[in-house]
Design a binder for this molecule. Sequence first.
Ligand SMILES: C[S@@+](CC[C@H](N)C(=O)[O-])C[C@H]1O[C@@H](n2cnc3c(N)ncnc32)[C@H](O)[C@@H]1O
Length: 373
Amino acid sequence: MLPRFTDGARTGSGAMTPPIDKILEGDCVERMKALPAESVDMIFADPPYFLQLEDELLRPNNSRVDGVSDAWDQFEGFAAYDAFTREWLGAAQRLLKPTGTLWVIGSYHNIFRVGTALQDLGFWILNDVIWRKTNPMPNFRGRRFTNAHETLIWCTKGRDAKGYRFNYDAMKSLNDDLQMRSDWLIPLCTGTERLKKDGKKAHATQKPEALLHRAILAATDTGDVVLDPFFGSGTTGAVAKRLGRHWIGIERQEDYITLAQERLRTVQVASEEALEVTPSKRSQPRIPFGLVVERGLLSPGDQLYDARRRYAAKVRADGSLVADGVTGSIHKVGAHLQGAPACNGWTFWHFDVEGGDLKPIALLRERMRQEIH
Ligand SMILES: C[S@@+](CC[C@H](N)C(=O)[O-])C[C@H]1O[C@@H](n2cnc3c(N)ncnc32)[C@H](O)[C@@H]1O
């Protein structure tokens, strides 16, 4: 069957681009099928959990606990839920660029089913991330452990999908210069961040902006397109906009669309300077040492030394070094002289500057990088 919508515009080169910074109303499978293939950099999906709540849950003081009993969370059974999951995941896979990634969040009710479907469809899991809630809802009946986390699965569209974005250094910087781990301690969305209507939660499952901040900052660049097929109150759009990313929301319920539109209108985009993140070393252009020689920053015959002038080597015209009867790359010769298994030649070798000081050759690489950019 042909899709009811065909969303997007044609660029000068004839390629289709999706409609950006908009909420598309309707069923996410239908709407995603109508968007151009391979046009989205990241998808964040917070699908129905299929909680299957039967009885009303009461606190010890008999007040009612807000569970998710909304119509959008109802399915006939696991078979129907699984069929729906495979449908939307298939549509999402088609939309992702080859370098794009998908995040799905869920609880024990659904995340294992989603995980199976993902792997069956050929998605390749990069991480499962535990969102540990600092302020979870207590277990009122005292018959189970407090359910204090949700799981996010982060994946590429296939095993061979290369070149996906992971802003490793930005994540490290966000974590006080320690590698970011896969367990994230983040509070539930409460206080002024929680959208209210007539004094009640406007959406039962509004996610904290901090969670989206981390996912979007980790996996996208400014100007990228982030899509959320289960937009709800628009958390993904709000954070994407603030971080200078484009966003597309899909939502079936009109009242949530109005809520999200209101929310997005007030979000300010951060300044360009504030949005620059610590660049990943791997994303910087690779500079072979030979280029430094070709460019004339060092000449054939120049001497290099280690920081304490214990070792010396001579630069050759092809960008190799010679010392102690051994020739090879800056790394190989450095390792050989020290009797070490490996050596980072860029930080090991130094060149003479006026006044008898030594500077690491990594400075020349930095100069080359700036010239190239
Ligand atoms: C778990 S909530 C997402 C909440 C959202 N992450 C937030 O922070 O507000 C799921 C949302 O998906 C919507 N939804 C459910 N099934 C849908 C479908 N087939 N197509 C589009 N939206 C759907 C629901 O109306 C609900 O708002």
